[in-house]
Write a protein that binds this ligand. Structure first.
Ligand code: HEC
Length: 147
């Protein structure tokens, strides 16, 4: 009886493995991100934010007056993804945002991978009172290569 159980288990795992290897490559449709992909992207993005952004933009995304721009309800954050991705890739300095100026320098984060940038942007687009579509690694890659 035990033997039978093992055989059944083994069969189940190899079928599982086969199904995984036969999975077709994901199609690159920018705005179709599955709920589970979105969840893991948000989790990774949260860590990225805590590592690379929180010192300037703060835990609540509120920034620091006159120094670091807030990310709360910012039109750039929830707006055009190309522009937003470029802010991360190229950095930003001395640009007034909604009539406010910020004296600190937003450093380029181009050293991060496409996936890391996608994750952190998806995170800030869905936190701090923001609600916007996910950013994918493919989109970041497209913008990175188009410079
Ligand atoms: C050294 C401080 C610093 C760090 C670290 C930093 N930023 Fe910034 N960020 C700024 C400043 C300052 C501005 C505004 C620059 C300006 O006005 O020209 C800014 C602007 C932005 C904007 C544009 C906001 C808007 O409303 O237009 C976004 C988006 C942004 N940062 C995201 C991030 C993310 C994501 C990270 C982490 C990967 C990050 N920043 C790390 C200082 C920083």
């Amino acid at each position: 009886m035990n033997k039978l159980k093992i055989v059944v288990l083994l069969t189940a795992t190899s079928v599982g493995a086969m199904a995984q290897t036969k999975k077709p490559a994901p199609k690159l449709k920018a705005n179709t991100v599955s709920a589970s992909a979105l969840r893991s992207s948000l989790e990774r993005g949260k860590e990225m934010y805590a590592t690379y952004c929180v010192t300037c933009h703060q835990t609540d995304g509120g920034g620091v007056p006159n120094l670091n721009a807030p990310l709360i309800k910012s039109s750039n954050v929830v707006g055009d993804k190309k522009k937003l991705i470029n802010i991360l890739l190229k950095g930003m300095q001395g640009i007034d945002i909604d009539g406010e100026s910020y004296s600190n320098v937003m450093p380029s984060a181009s050293y991060l991978t496409d996936q890391q940038i996608a994750d952190v942007l998806t995170y800030i687009r869905n936190n701090f009172e923001n609600k916007a579509s996910a950013v994918t690694a493919a989109e970041v890659n497209l913008i990175r290569k188009s410079k």
